[in-house]
Unconditional design. Structure first.
Length: 367
């Protein structure tokens, strides 16, 4: 039975992963960022409430300053999901909980008198008896920051994964594989996106405002895109030089006697079989066989098989008996064929190919 190269993750699985990253990276900031920025502007512009204003006055969009006593501390959740609260008691007998960070909660003792600033019925600031100002989780200033961090990290990563899915689908439709075209077609965009995300997160985190953060993320992108393009071109040129160097160093030797070597032929062709892990190499050409001695049946490789280039590494899976693998990339019409064999046997394989090896220059689709 023909052996089809299914190795690795399928394009539709990459699409799902890419959408899982892109959807929150784009959707969550798009839905929540306008309201977060509006709350920040409103809080910054809010005036102190008039003296004697009632906490229940919903019409007063002002900052209400009151004294309170810490009557207790609450911790909810487990592990990384723990949330830390202060229970505040006010002179009018009401109680209110305010969520802080773990370290902030430790700075306040039960029974301590503090000063709170409330806005829209939530406590946003707490000043301790040592005049240390603590902000609660409801504090609106800077609430845009997690949303922008989410956007600059997950959106480019998700986009690079969607590119992987697109590229793999194009390769499958044209009968190519990453083993021959080079994994840099997918790794360079992914690494570029990851490095951009890290650099953009740092730039956003140190920016003093949302506008400055957006400008900083754009500036990082303006640097990352050309660098990624240069890396792409460098990897392409390096792959071409490496392949040409391998061919020059290996050479081709016409076999004068028949021998059987461990090897694997992969491709969407009839002579790529899961039960054949040996190759008959001789003056008459090449043939696959399941027998290490070549005594059982064999299936000849056609004369239309044309050499393209050499690759390093075990690109089509591990082959028993092959310790230093090289991959011989060939074409049979419009179909890609890969022959994985030991480095010492490759010259004889090249010599057995008919017609004699010619370095056919062709690239991946769209390259």
């Amino acid at each position: 039975m023909p052996m089809y190269r299914k190795g690795g993750i399928a394009p539709w699985q990459l699409v799902l992963l890419g959408l899982f990253l892109v959807t929150p990276g784009v959707g969550v900031p798009a839905a929540m960022l306008p309201s977060a920025l509006a709350d920040e502007r409103a809080y910054a512009a809010a005036a102190p409430c008039p003296e004697g204003a009632a906490p229940a006055d919903t019409a007063a969009d002002c900052l209400l300053t009151r004294r309170a006593t810490v009557t207790g501390k609450d911790v909810t959740g487990l592990g990384d999901n723990k949330r830390y609260y202060l229970v505040l008691g006010f002179p009018d007998g009401t109680r209110q909980r305010a969520q802080l960070g773990k370290n902030s909660q430790r700075k306040v003792e039960t029974g301590e008198t503090v000063t709170t600033v409330s806005w829209r019925h939530e406590v946003h600031e707490i000043t301790t008896r040592d005049d240390e100002r603590l902000t609660t989780r409801a504090y609106p200033v800077g609430s845009y920051l997690p949303l922008l961090l989410l956007a600059v990290l997950m959106t480019p990563l998700g986009g690079s994964v969607l590119w992987m899915a697109h590229w793999l689908r194009r390769l499958r439709r044209t009968g190519r594989s990453l083993a021959s075209t080079g994994r840099w077609h997918t790794s360079v965009p992914f690494v570029t996106a990851a490095l951009y995300g890290i650099a953009a997160m740092i730039a956003v985190a140190v920016s003093p405002s949302a506008l400055a953060a957006a400008a900083a993320a754009g500036a990082v992108a303006a640097v990352a895109v050309p660098l990624g393009a240069l890396a792409w071109r460098g990897q392409r040129n390096q792959a071409e030089r490496r392949s040409a160097g391998l061919l020059a160093a290996t050479g081709a030797r016409a076999p004068v006697a028949e021998t059987v070597v461990p090897a694997r032929v992969s491709g969407e062709v009839p002579y790529s079989r899961t039960d054949c892990d040996h190759l008959v190499v001789g003056p008459a050409g090449l043939a696959v066989t399941p027998d290490a001695r070549g005594m059982s049946w064999r299936l000849s490789l056609p004369a239309s098989l044309t050499f393209v280039r050499l690759h390093r590494g075990d690109a089509v899976g591990r082959v028993a008996g092959v310790r230093r693998p090289l991959v011989v990339e060939c074409r049979d019409g419009d179909r890609e064929v890969l022959i994985a064999a030991d480095r010492d046997q490759v010259p004889w394989i090249l010599g057995a190919l008919w017609p004699q090896p010619q370095y056919a220059a062709y690239g991946p689709p769209g390259a």
